[in-house]
Design a binder for this molecule. Structure first.
Ligand SMILES: [Zn+2]
Length: 254
């Protein structure tokens, strides 16, 4: 696993821990699975992807960790698979935000004879990406989540060159960065007026966005965000765990 991701996961978990009172439940996601999903996400840019996720019925979540992340308002049976660590993920669709939530026919044909919503209800959890947009559910996302038994996750990815649609963050909601995102502090900074060419270049270099990595498509990755939510509309906390089911960066202190 790459060092930046390891560090990003430790920071993310620490924030999950500090904000644990804001969430009624916790989702335990292995870092390995996140790593895999990030790879698919980067390979597919600038498209959006939909990933189906199942839990490992043989791996219960670590109770010590669950206790540490438990909030006053915690709910035992909020979502399907709540007691189990995520076990596998599969990329099931790729496209734009209008088509990606509807599974292609070869996924739905014959298997889902009854109506179970656009996604066929095959997986416990679902994740989709938001290319160049914040990880906050849209109305369409809230609708699609109604047939999810587990939780819905959104992975926001900020990249350049951004294509016709620039970074979009004019949305209300709680942001959960994964990896430092200094974009907000920097977006309005322009080179000084009337600066000479060499000075503009120097300024731009000094104020350019951070780069977490380069995707196989050649896109520069500037920032990531990850959230989970339940169909009832409440947010679900996420903790990224290692092979033993322990959070990266454990233990945490308030
Ligand atoms: Zn969405």
């Amino acid at each position: 696993m790459q060092k930046w991701l390891l560090n990003a996961m430790i920071e993310y978990n620490s924030a999950s821990f500090q904000n644990s009172q804001s969430y009624p439940a916790v989702l335990h996601m292995p870092g390995e699975i996140l790593d895999k999903i990030l790879k698919w996400c980067f390979e597919s840019l600038p498209d959006e992807i939909l990933v189906g996720i199942d839990v490992n019925n043989k791996q219960k979540v670590n109770q010590q960790v669950n206790e540490a992340f438990r909030s006053m308002e915690s709910r035992k049976d909020l979502f399907a698979g709540q007691d189990f660590v995520i076990g596998e993920a599969e990329i099931v669709n790729r496209g734009d935000s209008y088509s990606v939530h509807h599974l292609p026919e070869d996924w739905t044909d014959g298997i889902f004879t009854e109506s179970r919503g656009a996604r066929g209800g095959r997986f416990t959890h679902w994740l989709h990406t938001h290319p160049n947009a914040v990880a906050i559910p849209s109305h369409q996302d809230a609708d699609a989540a109604q047939s999810t038994h587990g939780v819905d996750l959104i992975l926001g990815v900020e990249f350049t060159p951004e294509g016709p649609l620039g970074w979009y963050d004019n949305v209300e909601g709680v942001r959960r960065p994964l990896g430092k995102n200094e974009h907000q502090e920097r977006e309005d900074r322009e080179p000084p007026r009337g600066a000479a060419g060499w000075r503009r270049k120097w300024w731009k270099k000094k104020n350019q966005r951070q780069v977490l990595g380069i995707a196989p498509t050649g896109h520069s990755i500037h920032g990531l965000e990850l959230i989970a939510f339940h169909k009832s509309g409440v947010g679900v906390n996420v903790v990224l765990v290692d092979d033993e089911g322990m959070p990266y960066g454990w233990p945490f202190t308030k």
